[in-house]
Design a protein around this ligand. Structure first.
Ligand SMILES: C[S@@+](CC[C@H](N)C(=O)[O-])C[C@H]1O[C@@H](n2cnc3c(N)ncnc32)[C@H](O)[C@@H]1O
Length: 277
């Protein structure tokens, strides 16, 4: 998995500035309360496993470092639950919206925002130890995810701090679906995953991991607590972009219990919780 290590960070930044993550989750006027409420409702409708993974309520009064906050959906929920959050992102466009969102919900006192490349995080934010370092769907989009882990390990955790990461799962239905779109060209798999992984085609960097390779990424200084797979996107894209939620016929005929079993085995989100030793 070295295919993206030469990608310039500027092209990653440009990509997320062109279309911040989840920016089209609402049709309301951008930056309004209604807009942000709709963004949140759609995000947790489509990715309902996030609140259970993040455990927002657990972090009341704690210090959280969120790496790659995007437009801030999870950030707001950590702050709402009473945590103090340092939120960083590479994309200024995403951060502008996240900041606006904190103002709209009167949460600015609980959140400090920084524009930063997490691979060099200690150049951008003061070194301090956090209770939780949280990063949902981010480090696999950076050319050197191992540098982000190294930054976290060296500067931002103490023994007992929690690390929660979501990275994409290589042995997933979504990867199989992408391969089908590209007529099974498995020798181009990494390229194909990056092309199709996001709502905006052609992400410059998208790594994917197995349960074993993510453990190698996190390294010996973290003790793995939980490591599970979640999330199959079941909706037809043609309706989804019109804010209608119609499942693909093959998911419709499947009993919910079977669908949930599949999500737990071949879901797209590999959710990892570890403790710093
Ligand atoms: C898929 S979005 C996820 C955003 C947010 N965590 C969420 O769940 O809505 C990926 C985010 O990672 C950010 N990102 C990618 N590489 C980064 C890096 N090296 N440092 C900081 N942020 C980065 C992007 O700018 C983008 O906002």
């Amino acid at each position: 998995m070295t295919g993206f290590s030469d990608v310039a960070i500027q092209s990653v930044r440009d990509y997320w500035n062109r279309r911040p993550c989840n920016i089209r989750h609402s049709t309301a006027e951008i930056g309004t309360k209604e807009y942000f409420d709709q963004v949140e409702a759609r995000k947790y409708l489509v990715e309902p496993h996030i609140p259970a993974f993040a455990e927002f309520e657990k972090w009341r009064g704690k210090k959280i470092l969120e790496i790659g906050c995007g437009i801030g959906t999870d950030t707001m929920n950590f702050a709402r639950a009473g945590a103090n959050v340092t939120a960083v992102d590479l994309s200024s466009e995403s951060l502008n919206l996240a900041k606006k969102r904190a103002e709209v919900f009167d949460l600015s006192d609980h959140i400090e925002f920084y524009e930063a490349n997490a691979e060099k995080l200690s150049d951008f934010i003061p070194s301090q130890k956090y209770d939780l370092v949280y990063s949902f769907g981010v480090i696999h989009h950076s050319p050197h995810p191992e540098k982000i882990i190294e930054q976290i390990r060296q500067n931002f955790v103490r023994s007992g701090s929690t690390l929660k990461l979501m990275v994409y799962y290589r042995y997933s239905w979504k990867v199989f679906w992408m391969l089908m779109q590209e007529k099974g060209k498995f020798w181009k798999l990494d390229e194909i995953i990056a092309k199709h992984s996001e709502a905006q085609t052609g992400c410059p960097v998208t790594y994917s991991y197995t349960k074993s390779t993510v453990k190698d990424l996190i390294g010996e200084d973290f003790e793995n607590e939980e490591n599970y797979v979640e999330h199959i996107f079941p909706y037809r894209i043609s309706e989804y972009v019109k804010y209608e939620y119609v499942k693909e016929w093959y998911w419709r005929i499947l009993p919910e219990s079977v669908f949930r079993k599949l999500e737990k085995n071949i879901g797209w989100h590999l959710c990892v919780t570890a403790k710093a030793k």
